[in-house]
Every structure is written in structure tokens, then in C-alpha cells.
Design a protein around this ligand. Structure first.
Ligand code: SF4
Length: 74
């Protein structure tokens, strides 16, 4: 099962990932950074398993993240 890894501390809140994959991403009203919905977080690194169906949208999110803090592990 693929995984998304989000190095959240360096997020600049540009909203690009939300536009690509709104089921997995939203901007937090608390700190303006994106949140990986349903992920588990350890020391600022968020991890979420996703299905193959969700993979393509999140690969685009990773590709277009301006600070390259979204990684996809297959
Ligand atoms: S695309 Fe990257 S910098 Fe922009 S909100 Fe998403 S994780 Fe943050």
C-alpha cells in the first residue's frame, strides 16, 4: 500500500496539494500549514497510507509542492 510522507514543519501553506487532492489535504486554520487528513504525526512528520486510487492525485501534489516536502513511497 502506498504511503504519503509530509514534512509538515516546512510547509508554506500555498494550497497546491489541497487543489490536487482535497480528500487528503486541507489548510489548518490554526497555523496556515496543510494537514494530511487522517495521518499519524511524529516530530512534525506525518504519514498516511493511501489506496492505489488516490495515488495519482497525490503524486501530482508531491510533484508540484514548491518546497518539496511531500514524498510518496510505493
Ligand atoms: S503544496 Fe507543499 S507547501 Fe504547499 S500547502 Fe501543500 S505541503 Fe504545504
Amino acid at each position: 500500500m502506498p504511503k504519503i510522507i509530509h514534512y509538515r514543519d516546512n510547509c508554506i501553506g500555498c494550497n497546491s496539494c489541497v487543489e490536487h487532492a482535497p480528500k487528503q489535504w486541507r489548510i489548518s486554520e490554526e497555523d496556515g500549514k496543510s494537514k494530511l487528513i487522517g495521518s499519524t504525526e511524529k516530530r512534525g512528520i506525518c504519514v498516511l497510507k493511501i489506496s492505489e486510487v488516490e495515488l495519482e492525485k497525490n503524486e501530482l501534489a508531491a510533484r508540484d509542492c514548491p518546497v518539496k516536502i511531500i514524498k510518496i513511497v510505493k
